[in-house]
Write a protein that binds this ligand. Structure first.
Ligand code: NDP
Ligand code: HEM
Length: 481
């Protein structure tokens, strides 16, 4: 054992004291350093998605999609790209129980030869809001009440009932899939519309899907309560344990592809995060297999310090006009600089596995070198060589138009059809469970808020509203409408 300065340690069991019963000496630097380090062991937890579970793995391409994208990770059948996955709940803090009803994060970092591509999605294909200005308000309703410091079903249903665009996501959250048995048994979705662009400069809109090969397994509220009663760490146990046993979970990766100009024709806004693209219109195209096969050796270093950002893309993969995606391009790297530090991208888990050449300079924890090709090339342009931009990876122009204004995102948007379609495909037994789960979550919510929300269920499908009313009556929860 050594000190952090590398000197050998003679005694790590006994502090340095004046006599066997006397006080300690200030010169016991080993003691001071241990206490000081302990005081600095915590970094801020993620402001959302604080509780998480992760592992390393690979993506293996099984089908050729190179006509849509020039991204090298999709360049050949059989091509393998190493990756890190981190799954999470959204609202719970770092110590929250794993098996709680919540949306699950499904974040992937692909270490490609052209830099890291991060796909920071969820286990749902849609989201609660379509305008990022509402994200901090929405998250406030999922976290703790300022006075009681308790979660508030009233705030959640108040916000949702005033934000009908949330209905589709609420329906998934309250359905059987709202509590996956573990991350192995859930799908992942990029959720947003992204874009692909190919060698000819053609752009396609794209959605990403990862379907679990383990099958869907979910818990009812009662099952999750029983699981949490025994272990708050059931996901960590399941995922870590499976990988240790050599049972490597797999997902089939698919894309949906929309030709660029179709976006002007679809009845729904294809950049609206509260909508899916129906499979019948844009079928799933198989891409490859994602496998997780290696546990982290150190949870803090490799999972807690992992920094995923939708802004990390590679040539061939681009963004879209989805405004929630646009806001996320700012939010994540900003969060990482605060949560981890200026040079978070140089930490081994975040560092690209390809050469990195940039001119960002100095700053806290600059422990790595960034060779720029020449000792004199520490600015750009310069006369001395070194790293240079490469026009061959330039993205084709993104067609945009429109007058700048605060357009009402609720105007002219159908918040009900897709939620209704989901309700109808669930089948009678699952519809009953959905209604019972919704009713249970409304305990203590004032009747006028429940009434407002019942109007939204009715508009999705009259049987949806009726079933929730029945479930509310059974649960003895008051409503008027
Ligand atoms: P399809 O019949 O082609 O697909 C239905 C989809 O619903 C399947 O992907 C299925 O997933 C999924 N599903 C089944 N149960 C649930 C649940 N409890 N929560 C969430 N998803 C579930 O229909 P469409 O493409 O026309 O879409 C109809 C509705 O299906 C949509 O409004 C949407 O709510 C939902 N859906 C659609 C997706 C899409 O990208 N089109 C993706 C996921 C859901 P699986 O195949 O794994 O069983
Ligand atoms: C985590 C912001 C919407 C998925 C985070 C974090 C922030 C954030 C700040 C913490 C990042 C960190 O500290 O590392 C936002 C904002 C959103 C938004 C501002 C909308 C305006 C979404 C959506 C999805 C999503 C729509 C999924 C489709 C995730 C996931 C994580 C995360 C999976 C955890 C990543 C990890 O495992 O480290 N979000 N988010 N978020 N978010 Fe979002």
């Amino acid at each position: 054992m050594t000190t952090s300065a590398g000197a050998p340690v003679a005694d790590n069991q006994n502090s340095l004291s004046a006599g066997p019963r006397g006080p300690l000496l200030l010169q016991d630097y080993q003691l001071l350093e241990k206490l000081a380090h302990q005081n600095r062991e915590r970094i801020p937890e993620r402001v959302v998605h604080a509780k998480g579970w992760g592992a390393f793995g690979t993506l293996t391409v099984t089908h050729d999609i190179s006509r849509y994208t020039r991204a090298k990770l999709f360049g050949a059948i059989g091509k393998q790209t190493p990756l890190l996955a981190r799954f999470s709940t959204v609202a719970g803090e770092q110590g929250a129980a794993d098996a709680e009803r919540d949306v699950r994060g499904f974040a992937l970092k692909f270490y490609t030869e052209e830099g890291n591509w991060d796909l920071v999605g969820n286990n749902t294909p849609v989201f609660f809001i379509r305008d990022p200005l509402k994200f901090p308000d929405f998250i406030r309703t999922q976290k703790r009440h300022p006075a009681t410091n308790l979660r508030s079903p009233m705030a959640a249903w108040d916000f949702w009932s005033l934000s009908p665009e949330s209905l589709h996501q609420i329906t998934i959250l309250m359905s059987d899939r709202g509590i996956p048995a573990s991350p192995r048994f859930m799908n992942g979705y990029g959720s947003h519309t992204f874009s692909f662009w190919n060698h000819d400069g053609e752009r396609f809109w794209v959605k990403f899907h990862f379907k679990t090969q383990q099958g869907q397994r979910t818990f009812s509220n009662a099952q999750s309560e029983a699981v949490i009663g025994k272990s708050r760490e059931s996901y960590q146990e399941d995922l870590y344990g499976a990988l240790q046993r050599g049972e490597f979970p797999k997902w089939t990766m698919y894309v949906q592809i929309m030709p660029e100009l179709d976006a002007e024709k679809t009845a729904y806004n294809p950049f609206d995060l509260t909508k899916v693209w129906p499979h019948a219109d844009y079928p799933l195209i198989e891409v490859g297999v994602l496998e997780l096969n290696r546990n982290a050796e150190n949870y803090f270093e490799q999972i807690e310090q992992a920094a995923f950002s939708p802004s990390n893309t590679v040539p061939g993969i681009g963004f879209s006009p989805d405004r929630v995606l646009q806001a996320r391009l700012f939010a994540y790297a900003d969060a990482h600089r605060y949560r981890i530090g200026t040079h978070y991208e140089a930490l081994p888990v975040n560092a690209p596995k390809c050469p990195v050449h940039h001119h960002h300079k100095d700053g806290g924890m600059k422990f790595f070198s960034t060779p720029t090709g020449s000792a004199e090339a520490w600015y750009e342009p310069n006369s001395f060589g070194g790293a240079r931009q490469d026009a061959s990876v330039a993205e084709p122009p993104l067609r945009l138009n429109g007058d700048a204004a605060r357009w009402n995102h609720r105007e002219g948007n159908d918040d009900y059809s897709q939620a209704g379609a989901l309700f109808r495909l669930l089948g009678a037994a699952q519809q009953q469970r959905l209604a019972a789960t919704i009713a249970a979550s409304m305990a203590g919510v004032p009747a006028f808020i429940i009434d407002r929300q019942l109007g939204h269920f009715d508009r999705a499908d009259t049987s949806y509203g009726e079933l929730v009313r029945q479930a509310l009556r059974t649960a003895g929860i008051e409503f008027k409408a």
